[in-house]
Design a binder for this molecule. Structure first.
Ligand code: ZN
Length: 241
């Protein structure tokens, strides 16, 4: 089976559509979503609609629950908090219900899906081997797919964890037993690569491949400007940071 893993769409419809096109439905059996469907970008309802239609499993991100009014935005920076409030005004009650009902964690045989980390699914960033190691005792499956940092990363772990290189288009053999895998962000990458990021995992070959897809960034920036979303959020798409 082949699984496409998407994280941090952030209401960027053009990026999500480019990824969906790239995925090629005929070759992928399921789509999994790691949260933060909304927040920052100009098209929250449209992105929720696509994810609901095509993703078999989806977990909640901090921006999803903030837009649904389920968590406070007091720990958000002012721009993110503004975008969360703006997002809420653009959603129908049904969309808000959908975001509010997203689970924190999904366990699927050998895989778990979370937004942040197994220890703290909404808020924690797994960006270092230390944090990955601290999360090992909260890992209920052999492999955990996670998002939140918007940076593609693979941590391979036994008693301790090491950071593997996760290069675009290069199949990575997942030979060891315990892993944390971040496929990067569809809608707001922060690894200095402006393209939309996602990964495809094949459980027959036990390989995962990171893909990056270009899309029309300036069209999204124009839509954000028209919606009067914060300038810093518009600018950062240009830098992938
Ligand atoms: Zn995010």
């Amino acid at each position: 089976m082949k699984y496409a893993v998407l994280a941090d769409v952030h209401a960027n419809l053009a990026a999500l559509e480019a990824v969906m096109k790239d995925i090629d439905h005929g070759k992928v059996d399921e789509l999994w979503c790691l949260g933060d469907l909304v927040g920052y970008g100009p098209d929250p309802a449209e992105c929720i609609n696509l994810i609901r239609q095509y993703c078999s499993f989806c977990v909640a991100g901090n921006h999803d629950w903030a837009a649904a009014g389920k968590i406070s935005t007091e720990y958000f920076n002012p721009e993110a908090a503004y975008a969360a409030r703006w997002t809420t005004t653009k959603l129908a009650e049904d969309d808000i219900q959908y975001l509010a009902m997203l689970p924190l964690k999904i366990n699927l045989e050998n895989f778990s899906l979370v937004h942040g980390s197994p220890r703290e699914p909404i808020w924690e960033y797994v960006l270092s081997t230390n944090v990955a190691e601290e999360n090992l005792r909260f890992l209920e499956t052999s492999c955990c797919f996670l998002g939140h940092s918007h940076v593609p990363l693979v941590f391979e772990c036994q008693d301790s964890c090491t950071l593997r290189r996760f290069e675009v288009d290069v199949p990575l053999n997942l030979s060891v037993k315990r892993l944390f895998v971040n496929p990067g962000s569809v809608g707001q990458p922060r690894d200095r690569d402006t393209r939309a990021s996602y990964a495809i995992f094949d459980n027959n070959t036990n390989q995962i491949v990171l893909y990056k897809v270009p899309y029309d960034i300036s069209a999204v920036q124009r839509r954000m400007a028209a919606a009067a979303l914060p300038r810093s959020l518009i600018e950062r798409l240009k830098y992938g940071a």
